[in-house]
Every structure is written in C-alpha cells, then in structure tokens.
Design a protein around this ligand. Structure first.
Ligand SMILES: NC(=O)C1=CN([C@@H]2O[C@H](COP(=O)(O)OP(=O)(O)OC[C@H]3O[C@@H](n4cnc5c(N)ncnc54)[C@H](OP(=O)(O)O)[C@@H]3O)[C@@H](O)[C@H]2O)C=CC1
Ligand SMILES: O=C1O[C@H](COP(=O)(O)O)[C@@H](O)[C@H](O)[C@H]1O
Length: 480
C-alpha cells in the first residue's frame, strides 16, 4: 500500500468526457484508499462558466460509492475556474487560486497538471504555466498529457519540442491507459518471473503472436476526432505497439523505469518499417457498414457520407531483434465488432515429430485476456483418462487465483504512479517517436496507393481480408 500523497491537481478539460468518466472516479478510489486524504485539492478548468458548487455536484455524480458522506467530503477538495487556455489573464487568477488551495490544504507546492484536452493546446498551456509562474519552486511540477500525442512523427516531434521548452522529459507523463491495465502489466511477471516462459520466449519456440483489440462500440460522440485519426492512429500507434514492445523487449537489467524504458525503446526501434509495396501485402484497412440493426460508419452523426476513414486495421508486423526477427505478430483492432475483447495469443511451435502418429497435436497457446475479464490460460495436450492412449486439449488457468479479486482501473493506477513520480508505465518520447515512424510508413503507403477500403458488417469480426492475411501463411485467428 502506498503512503499518503500531497498534491494539487490542475485539470485542463475538467468539464470533458474523460475527466468525468475516468479521472474523477480514479481520484475517488485513491481517496477511498487513503493515498489522497486531507492534503490534496483539484482545480478543474474549462471555458464554461461553472460555479464550484456545480462542479462539485458533477464530481459527486461521476463517482459511485455506498458511502455518500465520503463522497461529499471528497468533493470539497474540488474547485472550478472558468478558463480559456489561450487567455493569459486567466492564468493570473489560476495562480492565485492554486496558492490559496495549496495553503488551505497544506500541500507543500506539489503540482500535477493534467492536460485532458486537444493536444493543439499543450504547448500554449505549458508555456503559460511557466511564464505565469504556476509551477512552484518548493515542490514537484509534473505534466500528464493525454493521447493522441501528434498525428504523425512530424507533429508529435513539434508537440514534444513545444512541451520540452518548459518541462523536462522526467516531468512529462504521456498516458497510454493500456499500460495501466492489470493484465498488460502481467506480461512482465509472466515473461521475466517464470523461467519456463522466459526460456521459451523467442523465435525458436514461438510460432506467431496474435493481438486483438476489438470493440463493440462505434464512433459514439467522437466523430470530429475520429475522422482525422482512424483505427491505425487511434489504437495501433499507441496501445497495440505498446503491447508489442512489452511482448518482444529483451529482459531489462532490473524492474525499474530506466531499464524498462531502455528495452522498450530498443524493441520499438527494431520494428520493421515497411516499404509501400510491403504495406499492401501486410496491412488491411476497413470500415463498418450497417448490419444487425446498427448504422454503418458513414451514416453516423457528423461523419462524412463519403468518409474514407478506417474503423478497422489489421496487419502482420515484425520486431527485428535477436529473439523475434522471424516471428510474425498479427494485430487487429476495430470498432463495431462482435464483442469487446482485448486479448493476446502466443502460439508456440509444434513439437518436432509427433509420436502419436494417428492423432494431431493441438498447439500450445498461452492466452492473456486483458478484457473484459482478466485471465491467463495455457492450452496443452494431456492424456484422456482410461484405457488406450487418446489425447485431449486442456486449458490450464494460470490467473486469476481469486475470481472475486477487485482489479483497480487503469487510470487509478497511473495517477498513483504519477503522484510518486514513477513513469515506468508511461511512454517515453523515444517510444512515441519510433511508433510514429512505423505507423507513418503504413499511412503514407495507404495515402499514396489510395489503398482499398474493405468493409465489414457491424457485429462481425472484421473483413475477410483480415482472415486472408493469416490464411496466406497457413494460419488462422485463434480468437474468432
Ligand atoms: N474520452 C475518452 O474516452 C478518451 C479521451 N482521450 C483524450 O483526452 C482528451 C480529452 O478528451 P475528452 O474529455 O473526450 O474531450 P471533450 O471534448 O469531452 O473535452 C474537452 C475539454 O476541453 C475543454 N476546452 C476546449 N477548448 C478549450 C479552451 N480553449 N480553453 C479551455 N478549455 C477548453 C472543454 O470544455 P469547454 O468546452 O467548457 O471549454 C472540455 O472540458 C483528448 O485529447 C482525447 O483524445 C484519450 C483516451 C480516451
Ligand atoms: O484510446 C482509446 O481507447 C478506447 C478503448 O479503450 P478501452 O480501455 O475501453 O479498451 C477507444 O474506444 C478509443 O477510440 C481510443 O481513443
């Protein structure tokens, strides 16, 4: 259990969807657990003219708890400032409010600036925080920034430089909420805490890896953003490539931020960057069309009826490092698919030579289910009980030991990490940079070739082209 923390959070985008759905509930959990207690406060900022009372009601409504008294106490730590991030005058009042709350709650100068709004504002906010001296001299000053971090390498680099003028890399916490998910964090324990997996974790024993991030929801309220992003930028550049880095990085010298980041950067640097012709062979893009009573993407609110934005992307990628250079990693993600599921399947190579000549050996598959329920299982062949010698496939559940264990939300864990200055589960600039370089090559080829946009019906598992990607290699998706 972590110790009590003292901090003033200043949330830019305090009236937004992310703040209400994720940040306030996460802060409440930290309060409930005593990590935040008397010495913390939150200033929510956005343009709309809310009062403190109204803001506190919004905060209370966004958390669910049995103990209403505790929720009321929690909400008293929240104040609101109507603030346009482009208006220098507003930072003057923000500074005064921050100082007042710092004294009232005896916070000691620690500040966490959470940028939960469009990245185009990040540079101007960072500059004003410095020039208006909202950063303190007597505590830490950390900036947490949301995705998307740019829309290609060039814009991400510009953004990084804009922030970097005012905040050192060690104080910039780039959120990828998948890194806060319990089962994604479990990859480390599996790989580096068990010699049986550690020693098999290479191209000699692993045949292929499959990563699926499927969503049943459509574009929802985010048309403006999604039309300019698409599945490749929205999910592959960040969440999927982060998972790839955790699966393929070399063993770090220690479980520490510096050593882990170093190895993750190396893995992402080793991604095979495709030539345009290779993109055509190895990537599929598609868009959902009406089916099962659901609208197609082009019929959704605020979406261009001719939109070419992909809501699904699948690909075969390679990490060209010592252990993985020949292991295909199949990835796919999409909206309006059959089900919400995030899972990783590691398929091991067949036993060389089958002594059970009349029976086929099933593949050994290690499956990590990240969502909806965290689970790790291993598929093995065992003997059927009884006379003769018949084989059967069996699933061994390695996790969870306790089905009722409460798993903390990703944002709760990441905020707790940021409070203690632990950036292990945040992305370093170089990770972002190498990921964009890989994604830019795919995007560039798609744009150059006016790549075909396949379609898939809502409620399916994606276009047939994504199945063909594996079929061409004599494989199939384990998760269907
Ligand atoms: N929502 C989600 O599930 C996820 C969101 N993200 C990222 O988090 C960030 C926020 O997303 P989300 O909450 O959904 O977005 P919203 O559009 O819901 O919120 C944007 C916020 O920015 C404020 N805002 C806009 N312009 C200004 C301005 N000039 N000055 C001050 N405040 C302003 C808005 O309030 P007002 O209009 O009152 O000014 C609002 O609070 C984005 O970068 C998004 O990509 C990342 C992962 C998931
Ligand atoms: O970052 C994003 O993630 C969500 C999916 O997150 P999850 O935790 O629910 O799996 C996705 O819907 C959104 O488009 C994307 O921006």
């Amino acid at each position: 259990m972590r110790t009590k923390q003292q901090a003033l959070f200043i949330i830019f985008g305090g009236t937004g969807d992310l703040a209400k759905r994720k940040l306030y509930p996460a802060l409440f959990e930290l309060y409930r657990k005593g990590i935040l207690s008397e010495h913390f406060a939150v200033i929510g900022t956005a343009r709309r003219p809310w009062s403190d009372e109204h803001y506190q009601t919004v905060v209370r409504n966004s958390v669910s708890a049995d103990d209403q008294q505790q929720v009321n106490e929690f909400s008293k730590h929240f104040c609101y400032q109507s603030h346009n991030v482009n208006d220098t005058k507003h930072y003057v009042t923000l500074k005064k409010l921050a100082e007042r709350l710092d004294q009232k709650f005896k916070i000691g100068g620690n500040r966490l600036f959470y940028l939960a709004m469009s990245p185009r504002f990040f540079g101007t906010i960072a500059g004003h925080l410095k020039s208006q001296k909202i950063v303190t001299a007597d505590g830490y000053n950390r900036m947490i920034v949301e995705k998307p971090f740019g829309r290609d390498f060039k814009s991400a680099n510009e953004l990084n430089q804009a922030i970097g003028q005012y905040f050192a890399e060690k104080d910039v916490f780039r959120i990828d909420h998948y890194l806060g998910k319990e089962m994604v964090q479990n990859i480390f324990a599996l790989r580096f805490g068990n010699n049986i997996f550690r020693s098999l974790w290479n191209s000699r024993y692993i045949d292929n890896i499959q990563i699926t991030l499927s969503e049943s929801l459509g574009v929802e309220e985010r048309a403006g953003y999604y039309e300019t992003a698409g599945a490749l930028r929205d999910m592959v550049q960040n969440h999927i490539l982060q998972i790839v880095s955790l699966l393929t990085m070399n063993m770090p010298a220690s479980y520490s931020e510096t050593d882990i980041r170093r190895e993750k950067i190396c893995a992402l640097k080793a991604l095979k960057v495709y030539q345009p012709q290779e993109v055509k062979q190895n990537f599929v893009r598609a868009q959902y069309v009406a089916a099962n009573g659901l609208k197609g993407y082009r019929q959704e609110d605020q979406i261009d009826p001719q939109s070419q934005t992909e809501t699904f992307a699948a690909g075969k990628i390679f990490v060209e490092n010592e252990n993985f250079s020949n292991v295909p990693i199949y990835i796919r993600t999409g909206k309006r698919l059959q089900t919400k599921a995030t899972r990783i399947d590691i398929i091991f190579k067949a036993v060389p030579g089958n002594i059970f000549t009349t029976q086929q050996l099933a593949d050994n598959i290690l499956t990590i289910k990240v969502e909806p329920e965290g689970e790790i299982s291993l598929q093995v062949n065992t003997k059927k009980v009884g006379q003769g010698y018949q084989l059967q496939q069996q699933q061994f559940n390695l996790f969870p030991a306790d089905k009722h264990q409460l798993i903390p939300e990703a944002y709760e864990k990441l905020l707790a990490d940021a409070l203690v200055g632990d950036a292990t589960n945040f992305t370093h600039w170089e990770e972002v940079a190498y990921s964009w370089k890989f994604v830019d090559a795919v995007r560039h080829a798609w744009d150059q070739q006016k790549a075909a946009l396949a379609t898939y019906p809502c409620g399916s598992m994606g276009p047939k082209q994504a199945d063909q990607l594996l079929a061409a290699d004599g494989r199939h998706w384990i998760f269907n």
